[in-house]
Structures are given as structure tokens and as C-alpha cells.
Design a protein around this ligand. Sequence first.
Ligand SMILES: *[C@@H]1O[C@H](CO)[C@@H](O)[C@H](O)[C@H]1NC(C)=O
Ligand SMILES: *[C@@H]1O[C@H](CO)[C@@H](O)[C@H](O)[C@H]1NC(C)=O
Ligand SMILES: *[C@@H]1O[C@H](CO)[C@@H](O)[C@H](O)[C@H]1NC(C)=O
Length: 803
Amino acid sequence: MLSISILILLVLGSPFVAGLTEQRRIELRDYTKEMFYHGFDNYMKYAFPKDELDPIQCVGRGRDKQNPQVDNIIINDVLGDFSLTLVDSLDTFVILGDKDRFENAIRLVIDNVSFDVDSKIQVFEVNIRVLGALLSAHLFATDKRFGFEIDWYKGELLEMAYDLGERLLPAFAHSKTGIPYPRVNLKYGLPKDEIEETCTAGAGSLILEFGTLSRLTNDTRFENAAKKALYALWNRRTELDLVGNVIDIQTGYWIHVASGVGAGIDSFFEYLLKAYALFGEEEYYEVFLQAYTAIKKYIRDSSGYLYQNINMHNRAIMSSWVDSLAAYFPGLQVLAGDVENAIKLHLLYYNIWKRYHALPERFNYYLRRAEIASYPLRPEFIESTYFLYRATRNPFYLSVGEMVLNDLELYRTDCGYASVENVLKGKLDPRMESFLLSETFKYLYLLFDIDNKFNTLDSNVVFTTEAHILTLSSTYLKFRPSILQNQDPSLAMPTCPRYIPQPGLLSSILDRPDADYARVLVGLNADITTSHARAYCESVSTSPLVVEVNFGERLPQNYKPMPPTKFDGGVIVDQLIGIKLELTMRSDRNGYDISKVDDYRIAPGEVLEIRDPSIKEHWLKQQSYSKITLRLYRSSLHDYINISGVTAAFSPPVYHYFPHPLYNIHYLPKAPYGCSPYLSSEKSILLNSYVIVKRGECTFYEKAIHAQDAGARAVIVVSDENHLFQPVIPSENSLEEVKITCVLVTKESGDIIERALERDRASEIKAILLPPETDMDSVVGSNFRLAIYDHVVNNVRLNLNGQ
Ligand SMILES: *[C@@H]1O[C@H](CO)[C@@H](O)[C@H](O)[C@H]1NC(C)=O
Ligand SMILES: *[C@@H]1O[C@H](CO)[C@@H](O)[C@H](O)[C@H]1NC(C)=O
Ligand SMILES: *[C@@H]1O[C@H](CO)[C@@H](O)[C@H](O)[C@H]1NC(C)=O
């Protein structure tokens, strides 16, 4: 991909001939900055400390207790007397590289914002706009990596976030399902007779902020509540894996059964994928993949351009419009690795925008006209444009950015930018929503500022649905995202093939043969008709590798099995004997989850709780082991490294010899797992040496047998994780005696061995195995991680105290 775009540059001389010149790009970048300050400075001048600017009268607007007409539901949802626009803007200064203003803005927030206000607000809106903003600003003010540390800052924003988080918790307290009430009063908690219906996005887009808050404060209440809500929604999906639009939080019944990717559901999907990126926890990705597969199967139509609203039970089409909120979806598809589908859906919105110089809230694709004609300066379309540009570097997206910028200028007023009440008539509305500053301008700036630090970072930096940037250093992570660890990208992203742009000069997206189709769909130049490619990417099935495990094959006579019981977070078994477990390999092939216990399904996020004391012995055997040492000699007998490992229970221990036998160490890239018999050419290399293999693909036992047949002296298995345990024999009937030592080392140690082998490729690397020095090396693992078939099962916990 990179080499092709370089080629285009060389041929055409100037970087953005098909889109913009380099000079124009810089102009637009600087102009975007000016646009932001025009909005922000005027908000500060005319509106602060009120929540929002009225960009037509040039006055502030907020809750008006004297004037109940203003106190309508929309205003009620967002405004709360906490200087919303200022708070929401904080991390935009970071993107703009303006440290002074960042610091000033934080000072103002600390001095002037309080959440002890008698305001009924929407939990979702306040979470994404306010809590997210405080957390991201806190992270930047404290994290050395970004150059925005503030020396006087003492965590005040985190304290404010904690205070706010606690004020949002009453939304969860009285819900029977764990799905939160949509609104609370910040001062008085849950109002009497509060509405008990929520949209899916509202209840299912809290985990990024709540999880971050919990990690930073060590108070697990927030993450637990958000996670419970997320799964409470997901576990009420239909057989088709679809979620609805509105649900009753007490009964858990769906009230509005339309399923789609736009308003009411949108960020539910976004938070699943991004929770995986931020926290590295596989289960979120599993759910996202399942949900995304259903979207592609049922919600996307056969053209691949339209994402419809369908009945979640029977797939009947429920409307013929797309909404402007769903314009974020191509950006999410890019993050999911599905660039091809992202390009198509974005083209649809591109043509709608072109037609109206904005995105109407609803566009009817059957009637080919705007159905709800307002446009409150929303960011979703530019957000997707930005992510598509990052993924493709196709200059088309820069020209889309230029178009958006020019059109936004149509809505500039003397003191800000005004929402559009009607895109057909160009009538303006006296509101400037806070997301214009926190999202629309932020993405526009990032699009033009291609060298921005945030365009090159690819670790776990996520943009929330309000474009607040969250990133957690590894101390706050329970797991590292395996996508980042996995060397084989085809395994890591089992969704869609990588986007490969067409080489050649006609490389703009608009040169695609199917680009006209989107134009026709929205009624722009409707006389142009061309055929369209029906090439859309099918989701690769995540092929659950299902293994059935029977504990206790020989049941005692007259044995009465004790059936598993279901509880809120999964399934409990009191006796493992006679229980059938179904293990499903995770889609990145990194270990297993228990997916079924007898006939009970265990959903992502749920656990199997084992209360059977007889497992204790098995567990102790796995978790207690003696650490042996693999000593790797580099250039001389004085230059060595020690590596810890654990010998398998089925292989001989490492004995004390003197002198210790020294063997060469070998890794065969053609047989990385050592799961099949070695070829005779390989055998001659492995004879009397230690062979390194990767964990996976087959059992430790099989690896040992193959190494033994090749004449190796030991097999060193490099794990795919850093948790050691003792490999045991998979089952009792497959035995040829293992006479060579089988050692498990961590992934980290594997990296060290790999580096040593690479460095000294010319010479031979020798190693010895040393037995445990003392009994002190004996370790009992602390956290329970059951390994079945040599794979650590992830969603199991042991509770021997019962209850
Ligand atoms: C903000 O707080 C500072 C310090 O308490 C105070 O001097 C200033 O008047 C406040 N500004 C507004 C607009 O309330
Ligand atoms: C959080 O808890 C852990 C373990 O209990 C402790 O090591 C850490 O210092 C705590 N951090 C904070 C911010 O309280
Ligand atoms: C390496 O391990 C051996 C045996 O366990 C021990 O005697 C020696 O001190 C270790 N050396 C280093 C450098 O850690």
C-alpha cells in the first residue's frame, strides 16, 4: 500500500495532485484552527460560564428555570450548568498543539465547574461529553508521552470525574436488569417516576469512560456497572444476533424493535470494538465480531451501500431512511479492518452531503429526499472521512475535507457557527452544540494535519464517540490486546481482506466503477446510471473450534449428576464429574473460552464458576511447579542469560549432572509449532540439540514426541502469553513414553531467545538446562487459570468456599 502511494507521488511530482496541493493542505489545516478559535473564543466571550453559545444573538444559553418552554427535553438532556462547551473542548487543544490554552482551560474548569447542580441530565450525553472530556484531559495533563503534562496539576480533573461518576451511579442502582435509567438529577439522584425506557446506544456506550474511571481510581463500581449494562443489552439480542432500538430497563423487553446502525444504537457497536482496543479484553471483540457479522448479513442490503432499519425478530424493513448519525459507521468499519465496505457507505453520505452542503438528519432513499432537514454541525461524516484517509491515504478524502470545510463556512456567524434548521432553505438555528468544537473541528484538523502525533500512534489510543482521546498505560491493563501481540495479521483480524488501492494514475475513489451508484442512490445527477460491482466483503466465519471435554469419564455407579445452575454472570457447577464442557477457540486463536456447560450457553463476558473441591488437586498440579533454568550461552562461557521455564508433568525432570551437557539450540521457521513429524533433513539438524517451538496447533505432548523422534535432547515450547503453568497430559490413552524434557517458557523469554538466535545467526548458540536451585523456586500460581488440552481457558473462576 505504502509503496504504491509513493509511486504515485514520484510520477506526479506533487503529493496531492488528485486532491490538494501540499500548500493548500497546510492552508486548510491552519484555517481549521482559526475556525475552532472563532467558535471557542466567542463562546468564552459571550457565553461562559453557561453551557452553550447562541451564535446568532451572541449570548449564552443554558438551563432556564424561569422559562419552562426552554426546559424542553432536548435542552434538558445535555445542559446542566457546568460550562459544557468549555469542558467538552479540553482535549481539542492537545490536538491543536496549544499547550497554553490547554492549561488555561483546565484552570478554568477546576475553578469554575461543579456538578453539584440541580439538573436532570441524560447519563449518556454527560458521560460522553463531560466525563470523557475530564478523563482525557486528565490523562494528557499527567502522561509524559504526549508533552502536555502540567506541573501544577494535581489530579483535580480526575477528582471531578470521580464526583461526576458517583452522581451518575444512581441510574443503575434501581434497575432490575442492570440497564441504566437514561436520566438522573446530578444533585438529587434518580427522580421519582422517571422514564424506564432507554435506547441501546444510551445504555451501551459507557464502558470506555466508566472503565477508564475505574482503572484510574481503583474503584471498580463504574466499570462493573457499565459492563453489566452492555452485556444485559447484548444478552437480550434475538436469534439473529440483532439488538433493538429501545428497551424497558426493568423488564428487559424490547419496546422499539428496529435494528440498524444509526440513531439509537450506533455507538453500542463502536464501544464494543473500542473497549477491546482500549482495555485489550478479547470478549469485547468477540461480541463486536458477532454483532458486525449480523449487520453485514441482515442490515446491509444486497448492494452493499445501504444499511437499513429492520425488525430485529423477522428482518422486515421498518423504514426507508438513513440517518446522519450512521455516517460514523464507515469510520468504525475502518477500525474493524473492513475498508472496502467503509468506502462504499461513505460514498453514500458523500453524495448526500454534496447535494445539500450538509447532512440532513434523515434522508429517505426511497423518495430520494431529505426527510428531517436539520443539520446541527455534526461530526460523523468528517470523522469517517478522516479514518478513511488514514487507512487509504487516498487524496479524494482530503478534497472531501475541503468540501466540508467550505460548507461549514456557510454557517459562520459573527460570533460562532450556527446549526442548520433546514438544509433546503439554509435557515439557521441559534445553537452551537459543544460537539462542533470537540469533534467536528478536531477531526477536520486531524485530516489536514497529516503529521499530527495522533495520526501515527497506533497503540491503544481510542477516540470515544465524542472524540475524546483515551489511552491507558499498561499498568492499568489486565491484559494486553492480543491483536497487537499477534504476529500474523490474518489471524488477528478475521474480518476482511486488507484494502489494496488500484495502482495507476486514476486512483481517486471517484474513479471506482461503482462510485456512480451511490450518486444515483441519493438522487444526485439521477440520470447517470452505471452498473455497480456487487463485490462486498463477507465476514470470515470465526470457525469456533469446538472441543468437548468430559470430566470424569468413569462415573461412579449410581452417580447422580448435579446439574449446573445459571446465575447473573454465567453458570455455576458444583461438581465437575459428568459435566460436558464445550470450548470455543477465540477468533484470534489465543486460547479458549468455555461456550457451553451441558446445555447452558455461556455468553461473552460471562464466566463458569467452579465450586468443585475435587478440581483443587488438578489445579494445584498445574499451578505448582518448579522453575528450572535454561541457560543460553552467547559468545563465550562467561556471556550467558538465564531463562526460567517449567517442565511438563509428563516429561522427565531436569537432573543434576556435572558437568552439565551443552547442546546447540535450533528453531526451524518452516516447522514453527513442531506439530508434525520432522523431515529427515530437519532431523539431521535437530539431532542432539534443543529445539524451540511455538505453543499452539497441537498439544505439548505431541510436540515432545516429534522432537524425541527427531533425536532432540529437549523441546522448549514458547508460550503465547507470560503466564507459566505446568503442562499436563491431555488424556490417558495416547501414551508413548516421553523421555526428553519438555519445557514451557513465557512469551517474553521466547522473544529473548529469538533475539539471541538472530544476533548470532552465523555461529551456533548453545544452552544447558539447570534444575531448580532450591525448593524456594517452587511456585504456586495465585490466580486460577484452568488449562484444558494445554490451553488456558479464559472465562473460568474457582470458588471453593461456595456461595
Ligand atoms: C471562575 O473562578 C474564578 C476563581 O474562583 C473567579 O475569580 C471567576 O470569577 C470565575 N469566573 C466565572 C465566570 O464565574
Ligand atoms: C490501586 O490498587 C492497587 C492494588 O490494590 C495498588 O497497588 C495501587 O497503588 C492502587 N492505586 C491507586 C491509585 O489507588
Ligand atoms: C543463572 O542461574 C544459575 C542457576 O539457577 C545461578 O546459579 C546463576 O547465579 C544465575 N546467573 C545469573 C546471571 O542470573
